[in-house]
Design a protein around this ligand. Structure first.
Ligand code: CO
Length: 647
């Protein structure tokens, strides 16, 4: 026993990590939590909403060579519900000690916890006013009631100050497999204090009975399936073309690391192509879904799914043949549960290759020769479920140096019940006496670029048509890109402009291609939207990152979350996140710069989105723009077997 005690007391598990960006192991999580607990400062009701790898300083990661010592550190947000206090703690697992321990800023609320989903539901169902409201709507058996704890927002109501709140949105289910969103228990919103585990206020409007139609989408609920689908199988008889070593992925000329973090979800690290760095880190920095329905039961809805719930910890265990098709490899994700226990999500990240049509082609009519190449892309993805919605997050790497990000939004819409003849207001009727409120989905991605090195500059590029000029443009067709440097943070909140075909490029002015131009990548917007809630509204002020499409900041490792560290119940009066950091007005020319790209969907629901919405895609791409001196995919070989002429 003596010798094992010695082992226990020694700093733990540092030898496990071979690279500073490898995800935390089960042993490291246990060891880190033990160090926190050993302080004896926390009550029985201490919870661990965030326990993630504290990424080491960038210089240290970039200069790391195998065998260098690594100080493995873990970053905690601890919520002590007994003391109503939130702590930010950093632990060195390698040294077995606390690095820092501080109280979070006044009013900081960590995300809604798993246990609080249950606690909120329990509190609501045991509130006599709620039970009575259900009865008056014809619901006697509360076992058939489900309650989603929706983040409360912050509208400055005096009686909500200092509380940890969610607003309960209740639905009825015929049985355990029913789609509750078809039966909103409309016109009653209990407000739950999660510290006290009780309903502190209950708002009730007009009594609206349950809509008449079910919203089942499972086999039994749908009935007959179409019968004309034949099998489609994807085989790679000689195996895949990528390799996985820990969290390091290599495919074609790409080399990168991935991790799944509890808040941000999937993060790409140290992305390079053919040995040349492109991005140090890329991941979702916040998202928000503001609703446009002004009625008392809905006006407050604006969910920040990352900072108020945590996207990564909601990751699904993916299933072969369903979520992913082809020759798949999976990575598990290791998180810390809220009680401090390690928690593994099996098959959380899906890795595979996809055929993606043609890469390039030309038919030479004179020689009668065709050269054509198939395009293949490497897909890194995960899917999470946040209450009623699903979000799939997909990074695609291409053979021509392009990077693409795509979000697939699906799942079930928020709903509201109506009475016969009711005007749905700011909502669309999707089933009898059932409407889905208008809303938007905004995502912000933090893109820490390293195009050929750390020092980059960002230019806004507008397509410029030139005026007719008898000497230089007599026929009026002249056009050119006009690039303007985004020189300082005070001018670095930018917006899309379709009339100018606007995009942005990230340039390394210290490195030139064979044509003498600085190497660059460009950020190409995809579908996008503008935030529709009033700029002075509490929603818009809490989600300022969604007020512009592109923000640029000078790198600071502390600046990570677009709406600040604690968007849950965040005070709209307090400036947080990107615009706050930009007040420093730092220089952005030839600096270590970070791009924050916001994109969104305006979702005016359609009946076709009910009862479960077909995937809606939205995203952006990053493409080389003089990073190479010619098409970098010339060396992709022709298809294995000769293409066979048809007929
Ligand atoms: Co939507």
């Amino acid at each position: 026993m003596g010798s094992s005690d010695v082992t226990e007391a020694r700093p733990v598990a540092a030898q496990a990590a071979r690279h500073p960006l490898e995800p935390l192991t089960e042993e490291e999580i246990r060891a880190a939590v033990a160090v926190v607990r050993a302080q004896g400062r926390l009550s029985e009701r201490a919870r661990y909403p965030t326990v993630v790898l504290m990424e080491p300083p960038k210089e240290r990661v970039l200069s790391f060579t195998e065998g260098d010592p690594i100080d493995r550190q873990v970053e905690f947000v601890v919520l002590d519900k007994e003391h109503k206090a939130t702590y930010e703690v950093v632990v060195s697992v390698t040294r077995g000690e606390i690095v820092s321990w501080q109280q979070a800023p006044e009013g900081s609320q960590p995300p809604v916890l798993w246990e609080e989903w249950d606690e909120a539901e329990e509190a609501v169902k045991s509130d006599p006013r709620f039970v009575d409201a259900c009865k008056r709507r014809g619901i006697e058996n509360l076992d058939h009631v489900m309650v989603d704890p929706v983040s409360a927002g912050n509208f400055g109501f005096e009686h909500e100050r200092g509380r940890r709140l969610v607003r309960g949105v209740a639905y009825w289910r015929r049985d355990g497999r029913d789609n509750g969103y078809a039966y909103p228990i409309e016109g009653v919103i209990p407000i739950v204090d999660l510290y006290e585990r009780k309903v502190v206020e209950l708002w009730e409007g007009s009594e609206i009975t349950l809509p008449p139609t079910h919203g089942r989408y499972d086999a039994e609920g749908v009935g007959e399936f179409r019968t004309d689908l034949r099998p489609l199988e994807i085989h790679q008889p000689e195996g895949v073309s990528f390799s996985v070593d820990g969290n390091r992925l290599r495919w074609q000329k790409w080399d990168l690391r991935v991790s799944l973090r509890s808040r941000e979800g999937l993060v790409l690290h140290t992305v390079s192509y053919d040995g040349r760095p492109i991005m140090y880190r890329a991941g979702l920095a916040e998202m928000v879904v503001p609703y446009g329905d002004t009625s008392q039961a809905h006006f407050w809805k604006a969910v920040f799914d990352a900072g108020e719930y945590g996207l990564g910890k909601m990751a699904n265990s993916l299933e072969f043949g369903c979520d992913c098709l082809g020759e798949i490899e999976y990575l598990d994700a290791m998180f810390c549960g809220e009680q401090g226990e390690p928690m593994r999500i099996k098959n959380a990240i899906c890795l595979h290759e996809e055929d993606y049509g043609i890469l390039w082609k030309h038919f030479d009519a004179r020689s009668n020769e065709t050269e054509v190449r198939r395009s293949r892309r490497f897909v890194i993805s995960y899917i999470c479920t946040v209450g009623n919605y699903e979000y799939g997050f997909y990074w695609y790497l291409y053979q021509d140096g392009a990077i693409e990000h795509e979000i697939k939004a699906t799942g079930i819409m928020q709903t509201k019940g109506l009475l016969d003849g009711d005007d749905p207001g700011y909502a669309t009727v999707v089933a009898p006496r059932l409407a889905a409120p208008h809303h938007q989905h905004f995502f912000n991605y933090r893109l820490d670029m390293t195009v050929d090195g750390l020092r980059n500059s960002v230019y806004e590029v507008d397509a410029e048509p030139l005026p007719i000029d008898p000497n230089t443009n007599p026929y009026g067709q002249a056009m050119k890109p006009r690039a303007s440097l985004v020189a300082r943070e005070s001018e670095a909140a930018r917006d899309l402009d379709l009339s100018r075909n606007r995009f942005w490029k990230v340039v390394n002015s210290n490195v030139t291609n064979e044509h003498g131009a600085p190497t660059a990548y460009r950020l190409i917007p995809g579908q996008n939207a503008t935030l529709l809630c009033h700029p002075d509204s509490a929603m818009a002020r809490r989600a300022r990152f969604a007020q512009h499409h592109l923000w640029v900041t000078a790198y600071d490792p502390e600046e990570r979350y677009a709406a600040g560290g604690y968007p849950n119940q965040s005070d709209p009066e307090v400036l947080a996140g990107i615009p706050k950091w930009q007040q420093a007005d730092r220089n952005l020319e030839n600096e270590d710069v970070v791009l924050w790209y916001t994109f969104g969907i305006t979702h005016f629901p359609r009946p076709e989105d009910w009862p479960v919405a077909p995937v809606e895609r939205v995203g952006f791409s990053l493409k080389p723009y003089g990073f190479f001196s010619r098409n970098p995919a010339l060396d992709v070989p022709p298809p294995m077997d000769h293409c066979e002429p048809s007929g």
